[in-house]
Write a protein that binds this ligand. Sequence first.
Ligand code: ADP
Ligand code: MG
Ligand code: MG
Length: 206
Amino acid sequence: MTLDGAWTRRWVEAVAAEVSRRKAELTALDRAIGDADHGENLDRGFQAVLGKLDALDDGATPAAVLRLVATTLISTVGGAAGPLYGTAFLKASMAAGDRDELDAPALVEVLTAARDGIVARGKAESGDKTMVDAWTPAVEAASAAGDDVRAALAAAAAAAAEGAVATEPLVAHKGRASYLGERAVGHRDPGAESTALILAAAAETT
Ligand code: ADP
Ligand code: MG
Ligand code: MG
């Protein structure tokens, strides 16, 4: 597994396929504690990304692919998740810089930048029942995983999945779910679940 531009492209294609396959499930989570559009929002965005990937050079760097995702999500996905994921991919792109491939320390920098971008934009703290509750454990697990990118991605994906499940008992303090108070308890945060999906796709992309 070499995290070069071609890998980044395959990962983004895998995310698009998984979002499409699990669109109804993501929207069902958002129906319980939001406005029932999270799956559609992300699917619209990642289908638009697929349409633009072909126009990239074969030799595009990871940063170039990440930047294309960022600008496309920002222009096609509304609501909370569009700007938040758009910022995440933009900051990830900036952290990747001009590298042709990401080694484990670079991967940790990229994931950290994505998480920090989401926090800067949305001001959510850990435990607020948002996508941050999947991102932060993922960053920590990747950083603790050592020098193997495959191990780092697997650790990040597993931690994000656990983080998403761990949002279930929480009351929300950011986003639409925060209007529900105690009624949000017992429901998984849709954005935390889509973050787990995005990182699972990374771990499964070879
Ligand atoms: P909207 O709520 O505008 O319909 P989406 O349904 O696409 O947008 O996305 C909702 C998700 O966005 C939530 O499940 C949550 O994870 C995330 N979210 C909302 N507000 C914030 C915030 N301030 N910080 C981090 N994540 C947030
Ligand atoms: Mg919504
Ligand atoms: Mg909405």
